[in-house]
Design a protein around this ligand. Structure first.
Ligand SMILES: [Zn+2]
Length: 441
């Protein structure tokens, strides 16, 4: 072999090796491929090998070229031709004949180098990118890229201790395949809502399971074993009895907390119901765009502190006309009061507002509000737990949902649940920056 012209006297070039950056692998030649890619011929510095079966020192048996796609560098595609040493066992009675050398740089027969796979996985975790974009930068087809990424993602998910130390656990669901029928179109997600020492929340997706039942949640909790059972102190949930039962049975020491977002949602649903009923009773038909209540249907749902002067004027003008008995106005004030629980200046104030609502609302003459009152009373413990837990809420879950939604859009939807699960687990693994909502703590 020629000596490098860099003057080092070595047969390998220290400068080129520095750029390549893999310990024990040396660049022996650099050229430009037809498509403008960088083509690197490399070899390892392994000069001695023993037979794995008999231990006898092996003898060289020539070289075999392993072609690989590496991570892009300096704006160019990178192809590597690894001139692998082939070894042969010198012991005649040994059943082993020949084998190729190995190095962590790339797995045997892999099409992508280890770091190319890591580079792609990292892209899916931190950037809003797609498998096809990554495949293009690696100069491989989609299936080759995904197969490699999938293997790495599966290993990450199976890593032991991934669910250890979870103190606050959230659960939520969404539809992952809108076009699909049946119960499997729903996905239940489990989210780590544990805050760090400074009180910051980096919500992390722990898992995704098809279906939406208390049993599925209980099964998942059981599968996680004792580690999760003892570490979870707070479990946030939406008002679904199945989840509450699963928490009661599988996390007996955890405090169940009804999530703020869903409590407020109960209020907005009741307000909508009252508005539609009053609309029907006063005009004997569904709302039209010029009907007083229909005009203000969105303004009613806006938080009172966000209302502009114009919106306030709209409410003052249309509410008395569309709502002669003041039922919508009452529902509106209940909804605003529910919102104010979570915007209160102190937990004490929030708790006081909540207790007043819990004690009185079920006696309200407006049927929809009385029903809301009964629902809230049924969840009394879980609603009040919010104030005892320093404001545990599913807010982090909502943030995770946004990441999931973005992933789904970037991929133009998913048809394979296994792939969907792995992709969202990568994208929402808690390493993206996420601004925590201010809490009462
Ligand atoms: Zn041998």
């Amino acid at each position: 072999m020629d000596h490098c012209t860099c003057g080092s006297g070595a047969s390998w070039c220290a400068r080129t090796d520095e750029i390549f950056g893999v310990d024990g692998v040396h660049v022996v030649d650099v050229s430009t491929g037809e498509d403008g890619s960088v083509v690197l011929d490399v070899e390892t510095d392994q000069t001695l090998a023993g037979c794995s079966t008999c231990g006898v020192v092996a003898v060289g048996h020539g070289r075999r070229v392993h072609r690989l796609h590496d991570a892009p560098c300096l704006g160019r595609l990178v192809l590597v031709r690894w001139r692998k040493r082939v070894w042969r066992c010198a012991e005649e009675s040994c059943p082993v004949s020949t084998w190729s050398e190995t190095h962590p740089f790339a797995a045997p027969r892999a099409k992508l180098s280890t770091r190319a796979i890591e580079w792609a996985v990292d892209g899916l975790r931190h950037d809003d990118t797609t498998v096809s974009a990554l495949a293009r930068h690696l100069a491989v087809d989609w299936h080759t890229a995904w197969k490699a990424i999938k293997g790495a993602a599966e290993r990450r998910v199976k890593r032991p201790g991934r669910t250890s130390g979870v103190k606050a656990l959230g659960v939520d669901e969404h539809i992952w395949r809108p076009g699909m029928r049946g119960k499997n179109r729903a996905v239940m997600i489990m989210v780590d809502l544990t805050r760090d020492e400074r009180g910051c929340l980096h919500a992390r997706l722990l898992d995704a399971v098809q279906g939406r039942t208390g049993t599925a949640y209980a099964d998942w909790l059981k599968e996680q074993g004792l580690e999760v059972t003892v570490s979870v102190e707070h479990a946030a949930l939406d008002p679904f009895r199945g989840y509450a039962n699963a928490i009661r049975d599988q996390l007996p020491d955890a405090v169940a907390v009804l999530d703020a977002f869903h409590v407020v949602k109960l209020g907005s649903t009741a307000l909508d119901e009252v508005r539609r009923r009053v609309q029907q009773q006063t005009l004997h038909r569904r709302g039209h765009k010029n009907d007083p209540l229909y005009r203000i249907r969105r303004t009613l749902l806006t938080g009172v502190e966000h209302l502009t002067d114009r919106q306030r004027e709209r409410l003052r003008r249309w509410l008395p006309i569309g709502d002669p008995n003041g039922e919508v106005e009452l529902a509106w004030s209940v909804y605003q009061r529910l919102r104010s629980i979570y915007h209160a200046t102190s937990p004490t104030t929030g708790r006081a507002i909540t207790e007043k609502l819990l004690d009185t609302l079920h006696t309200c003459p407006v049927p929809e509000l009385a029903r809301l009152g009964r629902t809230l009373r049924a969840w009394r413990t879980q609603i009040l737990a919010y104030f005892a837990t320093g404001g545990v809420s599913n807010g982090g879950t909502e943030a995770i949902n946004l990441v999931i939604e973005k992933t789904r859009r970037l991929a133009h939807g998913f048809r394979n649940f296994t792939n969907y699960r792995l992709r969202i687990l990568l994208a929402a693994d808690g390493t993206r920056p996420y601004r925590a909502r201010p809490t009462h703590a």
